[in-house]
Design a protein around this ligand. Structure first.
Ligand code: UDP
Ligand code: MG
Length: 309
């Protein structure tokens, strides 16, 4: 008998937990025929509602359902990591609790694993039901990432992924604190089959990602998987030095030919403000990386457990 573990990060998903369980268990027959047992890990990411109680209700009826509650909200990336640590399965899959990742796709995903793929990932090809401005910035983010990072990060990729034990262990071997999972999947490599589907809107409740949260997350992605901004800062430094050098020559020549030392105050102010701005900007870029390094060297745990069932 083999085991498939499903990891479900939950943050305030009390309305969705029972629906999700029902939907997920529809795949039970399929996996039974393949001699595969199922196990479910709900990772309660510090929910402020009754998510934990809903999971406990399920656990009373079905011992294949497990609960891991964090001591506070640590974020979805932490929940994914915790799930990977807890999962015992030969195969592991992540799904969102809001049914945006349809469990009905699992049998098809599994057939690709049988064919020999190490992992089967999904991406949505449309962004139906999403605010226009959000889609626009998301597209921009992926376009920039493609240019500046060597790690492949796929546009529209969801965290809905089925993988073998080998891939799970590879991901767990990356102990970093700043976890940008989309990048980590690409970084570990392995043969991945991509399935595409139209965006499905969440069943109940609201999205936990505000625009601001997504923006910060995208910066996380950039600093975690590319050092191009640092090179950009250095490039700006060189460019401005060259500009300044040209200006010095120009000023000396002008003084020698026309002897006009005092005029030019307004242009001086403009140049000083521009260059100070660029300096602060580049310092900010360096600061971002320093902050990440600072968080990494602290070696704090990625999550803290309050309760495990
Ligand atoms: N989630 C989480 N911790 C968070 C935010 C979200 O565990 O801090 C979970 C959430 O419960 C859901 C999944 O991550 O199962 C995806 O979140 P959501 O549906 O809000 O994101 P969206 O689908 O809108 O990108
Ligand atoms: Mg969702």
């Amino acid at each position: 008998m083999k085991l498939l573990s499903a990891i479900v990060p939950c943050y305030n998903e009390e309305e969705n937990v029972a629906d999700f369980y029902a939907e997920f268990m529809k795949t039970e027959d399929f996996f039974q025929k393949k001699d595969i047992e199922l196990e479910l890990w709900f990772i309660n990411d510090g929910s402020k509602d009754h998510t934990a109680d809903e999971v406990k209700k399920l656990n009373d009826k079905d011992k294949r359902v497990h609960l891991l509650s964090f001591s506070r909200n640590f974020g979805k990336e932490a929940a994914i990591y915790a799930g990977l640590e807890k999962a015992n399965g030969d195969y592991v899959v992540f799904l969102d609790a809001d049914l945006q990742d349809p469990p009905s796709l699992l049998p098809e995903m599994f057939t690709y694993i049988e064919e020999g793929y190490d992992s089967v990932a999904t991406r949505r090809v449309t962004r139906k039901g999403e605010p226009m401005i959000r889609s626009f910035f998301a597209r921009m983010f992926y376009r920039i990432m493609k240019k500046i990072s060597k790690t492949e990060i796929v546009d529209g990729a969801r965290d809905y992924r089925l993988m073998t034990r080998q891939v799970v262990d590879a991901i767990l071997s990356l102990p970093e604190y700043n976890r940008f999972t989309k990048g980590i999947f690409g970084w570990v490599g392995f043969e991945t089959k991509w399935l595409e589907y139209d965006n499905i809107e969440r069943k109940k409740g609201e999205t936990k990602w505000s625009f601001w949260k997504l923006f910060v997350y995208s910066l996380e992605g950039i600093t975690s998987f590319s050092t191009a901004p640092l090179a950009f800062a250095a490039f700006m430094g060189v460019a401005f030095c060259l500009g300044a050098f040209a200006l010095i020559i120009f000023t000396i020549v002008r003084k020698a030919l026309f002897g006009d030392p005092t005029s030019g105050w307004p242009s001086l102010v403009c140049i000083i403000s521009l260059i100070s701005g660029v300096q602060l900007f580049c310092l900010g870029i360096v600061g971002q990386y320093l902050a990440k390094t600072y968080m990494e060297v602290k070696r704090r745990p990625i999550y803290l457990v309050k309760e495990e069932i």
